[in-house]
Design a protein around this ligand. Structure first.
Ligand SMILES: *[C@@H]1O[C@H](CO)[C@@H](O)[C@H](O)[C@H]1NC(C)=O
Ligand SMILES: *[C@@H]1O[C@H](CO)[C@@H](O)[C@H](O)[C@H]1NC(C)=O
Ligand SMILES: *[C@@H]1O[C@H](CO)[C@@H](O)[C@H](O)[C@H]1NC(C)=O
Ligand SMILES: *[C@@H]1O[C@H](CO)[C@@H](O)[C@H](O)[C@H]1NC(C)=O
Ligand SMILES: *[C@@H]1O[C@H](CO)[C@@H](O)[C@H](O)[C@H]1NC(C)=O
Ligand SMILES: *[C@@H]1O[C@H](CO)[C@@H](O)[C@H](O)[C@H]1NC(C)=O
Ligand SMILES: *[C@@H]1O[C@H](CO)[C@@H](O)[C@H](O)[C@H]1NC(C)=O
Ligand SMILES: *[C@@H]1O[C@H](CO)[C@@H](O)[C@H](O)[C@H]1NC(C)=O
Ligand SMILES: *[C@@H]1O[C@H](CO)[C@@H](O)[C@H](O)[C@H]1NC(C)=O
Ligand SMILES: *[C@@H]1O[C@H](CO)[C@@H](O)[C@H](O)[C@H]1NC(C)=O
Ligand SMILES: *[C@@H]1O[C@H](CO)[C@@H](O)[C@H](O)[C@H]1NC(C)=O
Ligand SMILES: *[C@@H]1O[C@H](CO)[C@@H](O)[C@H](O)[C@H]1NC(C)=O
Length: 501
């Protein structure tokens, strides 16, 4: 029977099955114990390793602490030694200078002249300033201010040059009695220094090295007699901080102010000439009556500024050839603008909204989208001889005499008026004339291309010279000549010369 065999089979199979399990069970006891021992051993080993590590750590910590302490001690010793050195230098300096300043000198210690005495003070000051740290330099500066040894435009006789003195890392916080009025800070190092809440009244900084200086909350102002004087001239002021300052009626020339900060500043009646202000920050600044001349303002941030009467131009008055003003990639977002004049300036990439025409006047500029806006009307003015011909008023003349005393420029009536306007001999009703025939006189018009310097400097500008000139008896004793030169003083090249039209 298959059923029986099956149950028998299963019985047969089942039996050794239980047995086998039993065997396993009994065998597993020592196995378990072994495992347990191993685990406890491992745990013990772990604990002792931990203890060892801790001991090591403690040992190394102690050693580190010792090293640290020793290092700190050494540093402290060094600091004290330095401090002592600085104090010695400072004390010797003060003793020496007060002697020279206030005490009667024995004959052999007298200075030959007053000038030599001041020279001595100046040299001593420069050498001492270079051996001191920021704190002692500050004391030195205070001493110099109190004894009025800093060059001062009001007392030019009693000061000596501090050219080369080092006042870097000096941190000065001014009280109302601190006086920088009329000082002339020439050729001095003021790197990383700060003058907080100070008042600079007619103070001049000339050829000083002042990168990363901070003037937070300070005020700069010209006295009524020196409005428009040069506050900074030839000064290195990269990364300088003018946060929340006020500045009135001064000029900043030939100075480098890359990455400067003027946020929340109030700027009134200033001129920036040939100055580098790229990457500067003018956020929330108030600008009134400001003239940026040949100034690099690329990548500067004017967002949220308030500007009224601000001009961006290049210097045309004295024909000085600097580079054109740049506002490339400048940020004018959320600006309040009124009376803005922008000339000869590159605005490529700026977000200035030039469609607000009533508040911004533009001429000879590269627009934010890169297109040129050039006034290409005639540069040569003809003087309107024909229009003014018969009026009795002396004509406004765009022409000048080239030789003094050669006679007034007048409009002369042409006798031989021809009615044939197409004739080449038609000279019109009037002509300009000047001087007497016996003199080699000429009438001249000088035209400046300076307002196009942005385009000329970039090498992209082209100009065509063409003119129709007519005159009487040109072939006998007249000529017409067009010259071009870099400026009024340089000798021009003849572009066109026409001895006989
Ligand atoms: C300054 O020096 C000039 C000449 O060197 C002299 O005439 C003048 O009186 C001096 N002024 C003072 C205040 O010493
Ligand atoms: C100015 O500060 C910077 C950064 O702290 C430092 O590297 C540099 O040496 C300092 N310059 C001077 C002249 O002390
Ligand atoms: C600027 O000067 C300050 C101290 O006034 C210093 O902490 C900072 O590191 C300096 N920065 C640079 C770029 O020199
Ligand atoms: C600045 O200093 C230079 C050289 O020391 C001097 O030639 C120049 O006249 C000074 N400029 C001003 C505005 O004081
Ligand atoms: C000021 O920064 C500009 C641009 O980073 C650099 O070319 C120039 O050499 C710096 N001038 C000084 C005096 O550090
Ligand atoms: C800006 O230009 C206008 C127009 O030429 C002039 O009236 C104004 O005085 C100038 N302002 C400044 C600050 O240069
Ligand atoms: C100018 O400043 C504003 C406000 O902080 C900022 O959102 C913007 O990105 C800045 N512009 C540039 C060109 O860095
Ligand atoms: C132009 O300036 C005036 C006066 O500041 C201001 O009221 C007006 O909104 C400005 N116009 C534009 C288009 O910005
Ligand atoms: C450039 O911008 C000006 C003024 O917004 C606009 O009149 C002119 O069409 C623009 N040119 C191009 C090529 O987009
Ligand atoms: C273009 O220049 C001429 C002559 O210099 C001037 O009379 C005219 O007003 C200028 N036009 C514009 C739109 O600026
Ligand atoms: C204006 O600035 C842009 C970006 O720097 C430059 O590519 C372009 O040549 C400049 N244009 C002129 C006329 O200088
Ligand atoms: C100037 O003359 C050249 C050559 O005759 C011509 O190609 C060019 O278009 C002219 N430019 C102007 C602005 O008239």
């Amino acid at each position: 029977m298959p059923g029986d065999t099956r149950s028998e089979d299963s019985r047969n199979i089942c039996h050794p099955c239980i047995l086998w399990i039993k065997l396993i069970l009994s065998a597993s006891i020592p196995l378990l114990i072994t495992i347990f021992t191993v685990v406890t051993y491992i745990q013990q080993k772990d604990i002792s390793e931990q203890n060892r590590q801790q001991d090591l750590q403690i040992a190394s910590l102690t050693r580190e602490k010792d090293i640290d302490l020793a290092k700190k001690q050494r540093e402290e010793d060094q600091r004290l030694a330095n401090e002592l050195h600085y104090q010695n230098v400072f004390q010797n300096y003060i003793d020496d200078i007060t002697n020279v300043l206030y005490k009667h000198q024995p004959n052999e210690a007298m200075f030959i002249t007053e000038e030599k005495r001041l020279f001595y003070i100046g040299r001593k000051t420069i050498v001492a300033s270079r051996q001191l740290n920021g704190d002692h330099r500050k004391q030195l500066l205070k001493f110099l201010l109190e004894t009025q040894l800093v060059p001062n435009s009001k007392t030019p006789n009693i000061t000596s040059s501090l050219n080369g003195a080092d006042f870097s890392n000096v941190h000065y916080s001014c009280f109302p009695d601190d006086d920088f009025a009329n000082l002339e800070i020439n050729g001095v190092y003021l790197i990383n220094s700060s003058f907080r809440n100070c008042f600079f009244y007619s103070t001049k900084f000339n050829y000083s090295s002042m990168n990363n200086i901070s003037f937070i909350d300070s005020e700069f102002r010209a006295d009524p007699n020196s409005k428009g004087y040069f506050l900074f001239s030839g000064v290195a002021l990269n990364y300088s901080n003018f946060h929340n300052i006020a500045m009135y009626e001064v000029r900043i020339v030939d100075s480098k102010l890359f990455h400067s900060n003027f946020d929340y500043a109030r700027l009134y009646d200033l001129e920036f000439v040939n100055t580098k202000l790229a990457y500067s920050n003018f956020q929330n600044t108030i600008l009134r009556k400001i003239h940026f001349i040949s100034t690099d303002l690329s990548c500067s941030n004017f967002s949220s500024t308030n500007m009224n009467n601000v001009n961006f131009t290049s210097n045309m008055d004295d024909m000085m050839f600097g580079s054109a003003t740049s506002l490339v990639n400048s940020d004018f977002s959320r600006c309040h603008l009124a009376n803005i004049r922008i000339e000869n300036t590159n605005l490529t990439g700026s977000n200035l909204n030039i469609d607000h025409d009533e508040n911004i006047s533009l001429s000879q500029v590269v627009l934010p989208n890169g297109t040129w806006m050039i006034n290409s009307s005639n540069l040569v003015e003809d003087g309107n001889g024909e229009i003014n011909c018969l009026s009795s008023n002396k004509p406004y003349s765009v022409w000048e005499n080239s030789f003094a005393g050669s006679g007034e420029i007048i409009l002369a009536l042409n006798n031989e008026i021809t009615s044939d306007v197409t004739s080449v001999f038609n000279l019109g009703k009037c002509h300009f004339t000047s001087g007497q025939p016996q003199y080699n006189s000429a009438i001249v018009q000088t035209i400046s291309f300076y307002k196009y310097s942005l385009f000329i400097d970039s090498g992209e500008a082209q100009f065509n010279v063409s003119a129709y000139f007519g005159g009487r008896n040109e072939c006998k004793n007249g000529s017409i000549q067009i010259d071009a030169g870099l400026d009024e003083d340089s000798w021009p090249d003849h572009l066109l010369s026409n001895p006989c039209i």
